[in-house]
Unconditional design. Structure first.
Lengths: 251, 268, 277
């Protein structure tokens, strides 16, 4: 599974060269639009333009699709079961509803994975600081982005420690399920402690200082990207207004 | 009684880092052995091969002559208990009793024996008074001892401790020294990884020096910390224990332990 | 100089004080060592000296903390951080995680101070040179060994050019070589006039750099003085503080009915740690 930044295989692609804020805008807008858009065709069009195309451009299409599927699969399976097997309406209706939900969830998961896989935490923080985000906001976002790889690493360490105490991770599924707490509790508690410790380490190096800071490696922002970001926001707003006012979908 | 044997064990991490190179090591039942070496020399990687958490890229680990590859980690945990360096990466129960009982329960120890085992293990690390306390209410040093007790209670023939003295004060270190002595006296095998070479010299009968994944020195403390071996220790980023330095300065021969310095001076 | 006067501290949610009316001077250009048994309050004292308690972690502090005769009790964390910085025990846990290279990690603090770009670059380069990690400049700090990471952290703190540097057990996880490198860097920094406060369980490591020691026990400073004065005391040893190797041997000789002076038969032994490669 790829929840981490994938080092660029070639020289930085056009997608990688974008200001991280632009990539973040695309990712978040895609996730919100997937919720707002109904049907199957619209979200699929959205996904191909805002996820598949950039992912292909960045050379991470396979990783994004695979991880997106893995993330969306558990929810998708349960939605299909509920809507198709236990639906009150006809089976066709159930399938239609299930398809809508699955497409949305998949689009959202893939959009998130695309952002994670193509953005280093350092770039994102530099970009946010460059655009004048408050230190507190940067701090929170930074923790969120930086924590996932650390969490995965910690979970591996905890699993090793508990296996050494006899935790069975190779046996039957019910046996493995019982071990979840032994791994989850130290992983989560450890993550909380680590965030606390890192907070101390960052505070002592003035990370929370208000006012301007020097961004050593500023992002490659351009007028075109600024226009695109505003354009995306306006389009999202229009979509939102259209949906709550009950306007028909374009597709 | 369990005998462990590493035969030509090499290990490469998935990213290609070579961590162990053709390691041969026989660990007879009842021996106390310290693994020493610089940060990143392969000590923890080797320790994780002893209970199957890592499997050799090449070579074989044998447990009582049988290939360990045939057994799961959960099965090997009946023979080898491994205590990791960081207590916060394993403690998860709300009271010390349950925390220590976790390992024996996983091994299928009957409920009526659990109480005695837990009490004995907590007593061995001087935490009998903390039975039933919340682990969060203990200090860092006590939590370290609790993690050791939780592996001790598994009563495995082989015990592997990764940096057991880190975070402990002199009294805590003395406790670990006594504990290992007691385990040795009842025939348990103890392997420890440590940077504290005074502790190593005072406590273990055999010392193995790793450098870049290879065994460089293997012998009793008197051999490994003898003046002739110092260049190799220093190349590996280590420094002999103070007793050895003082003994050499006084011309006492190889005196890795304080006891040996005292004895040499007495017989002078 | 950093000065504590009658400082008491209670952690948030705790029912009693962890430090009781502690007074301590941490003079410029010197390394002040903190020794004491586990749980004595060394780490708490470090958190307070670094300004992190109570500013970041909460709790209640009574008493006075002065920096060169200026009362800093009311200063916010970011203001104090321009003058006082602290290093913790676990090197990996202190990495900013926003730096992809050692250079960026070291430059992280100065960049937060909003200094000019060329000054940041100069400070980062100087700090890396002082600690001896110039060759690591382009490496990913997350992939270094614990010892190397601790040196990177130390360089990052030095690049802040603090008046006071607080270190809580910086060598606990390090081998002899890493320990020597960190201690050399600390000694060099104190040589440039920085006040250093350093807590350490491993007294032999501390003794090689400290100009004076304070013994912490039960939330009080129970003794202060030179390294020899504090460590060469049966009361210190009885508290669970690790005696220096020679001192331990003298105790054993005395216990065996032999003359401790037997150890003085030959010239002084070499430094207990390997000289820097």
């Amino acid at each position: 599974m790829t929840l981490l930044y994938i080092p660029e295989r070639r020289a930085a692609t056009p997608w990688h060269r974008l200001d991280p804020l632009t990539r973040l805008t695309v990712g978040v807008a895609t996730m919100l639009a997937a919720v707002l858009l109904g049907g199957v065709i619209c979200p699929l069009l959205l996904a191909s333009v805002a996820v598949v195309l950039p992912a292909a451009l960045a050379g991470v299409l396979r990783d994004v699709l695979r991880t997106g599927l893995l993330l969306a699969l558990p929810l998708a399976v349960s939605v299909v079961i509920v809507n198709v097997l236990f639906a009150t309406g006809t089976t066709e209706q159930g399938i239609a509803i299930a398809a809508e939900v699955v497409v949305r969830v998949l689009t959202m998961a893939a959009a998130a994975v695309l952002f994670y896989a193509t953005t280093r935490p350092s770039e994102l923080v530099a970009s946010l600081q460059y655009h004048g985000a408050s230190p507190r906001l940067t701090f929170v976002i930074h923790n969120g982005v930086a924590m996932i790889p650390r969490l995965a690493e910690r979970a591996r360490e905890v699993t090793a420690a508990q296996r050494a105490r006899g935790l069975d991770t190779e046996g039957s599924w019910p046996r493995r399920a019982r071990g979840v707490l032994a791994v989850a509790a130290p992983t989560v508690l450890g993550a909380v402690r680590e965030v606390e410790a890192r907070t101390l380490a960052l505070e002592t190096r003035a990370f929370a200082r208000p006012g301007s800071r020097t961004v050593l490696w500023p992002p490659h922002d351009t007028a075109g990207q600024r226009v695109a970001r505003w354009g995306i926001l306006v389009a999202l707003l229009v979509l939102f207004v259209a949906r709550i006012s009950g306007a028909p979908l374009p597709c | 009684m369990t005998e462990l044997r590493l035969e030509g064990v090499s290990y490469d991490y998935p990213d290609g880092t070579v961590a162990l190179v053709d390691v041969d090591l026989l660990l007879p039942a009842g021996q106390t052995l310290a693994l020493i070496g610089a940060n990143g020399s392969g000590k923890s990687t080797l320790a994780r091969h002893l209970d199957g958490l890592l499997r050799p890229s090449r070579g074989r680990v044998r447990i009582d002559g049988e290939d360990a590859a045939a057994r799961s980690v959960a099965q090997l945990a009946h023979h080898v208990g491994l205590c990791f360096q960081h207590p916060e990466r394993q403690i998860f129960n709300h009271d010390t009793f349950e925390e220590v009982a976790y390992g024996p329960r996983r091994l299928g120890v009957a409920d009526e024996q659990i109480g005695a085992r837990v009490r004995a293990a907590l007593e061995a690390v001087d935490l009998a008074g903390a039975i039933g306390s919340h682990p969060d209410d203990l200090g860092d040093a006590a939590r370290k001892l609790l993690s050791i007790a939780s592996v001790l209670a598994m009563e495995t023939p082989v015990l592997v401790l990764d940096e057991p003295t880190i975070g402990l004060d002199a009294r805590g270190v003395a406790l670990i020294e006594r504990l290992i002595g007691d385990l040795h006296a009842v025939g348990r095998t103890v392997v420890a990884i440590s940077h504290d070479l005074r502790f190593v010299a005072e406590t273990f009968e055999r010392v193995v020096l790793l450098d870049a994944g290879q065994i460089i020195l293997d012998g009793g403390p008197a051999e490994v910390f003898a003046e002739a071996a110092w260049p190799r220790l220093r190349t590996a980023g280590l420094e002999p224990p103070a007793a050895a330095l003082i003994g050499a300065r006084l011309g006492l021969g190889s005196t890795p332990t304080e006891e040996s310095v005292v004895e040499a001076l007495r017989s002078r | 100089m950093l000065t504590f006067r009658d400082v008491s501290y209670r952690y948030a949610g705790a029912s009693r004080d962890c430090l009781h009316a502690v007074s301590l001077d941490v003079p410029a250009g010197r390394v002040t060592g903190l020794v004491g048994p586990s749980g004595a309050g060394k780490s708490t004292l470090c958190l307070i000296a670094g300004g992190l308690a109570p500013r970041v972690i909460g709790g209640r502090l009574i008493g006075e903390m002065r920096l060169d005769d200026e009362d800093v009790s009311g200063w916010p964390m970011h203001r104090l951080a321009e003058h006082v910085t602290s290093g913790l025990q676990d090197p990996a846990g202190q990495l900013s995680l926003v730096a992809d290279t050692v250079f960026d990690e070291v430059a992280f603090g100065p960049a937060n101070l909003g200094l000019r770009r060329d000054e940041i670059l100069e400070r980062a380069s100087t700090a890396m040179r002082q600690v001896g990690i110039e060759s690591l400049a382009g490496r990913d700090p997350r992939l270094l060994s614990g010892g190397q990471q601790q040196l990177v952290i130390l360089a990052g703190l030095m690049a802040m050019r603090p008046r006071v540097l607080v270190l809580d057990e910086p060598v606990a996880h390090l081998d002899a070589r890493g320990t020597r490198e960190v201690l050399d860097a600390v000694a060099a920094l104190s040589g440039t006039g920085t006040a250093v406060l350093m807590a350490e369980q491993r007294t032999s490591a501390l003794a090689s750099v400290a100009d004076s020691l304070a013994l912490v026990a039960g939330g009080n400073i129970v003794a202060q003085g030179s390294v020899a004065e504090v460590l060469d005391d049966a009361a210190t040893v009885a508290l669970g503080v690790e005696p220096l190797p020679e001192q331990r041997l003298r105790m054993r000789l005395r216990a065996a009915g032999l003359d401790p002076a037997l150890l003085d038969a030959a010239p002084q032994d070499p430094a207990p740690l390997e000289p820097r490669a």
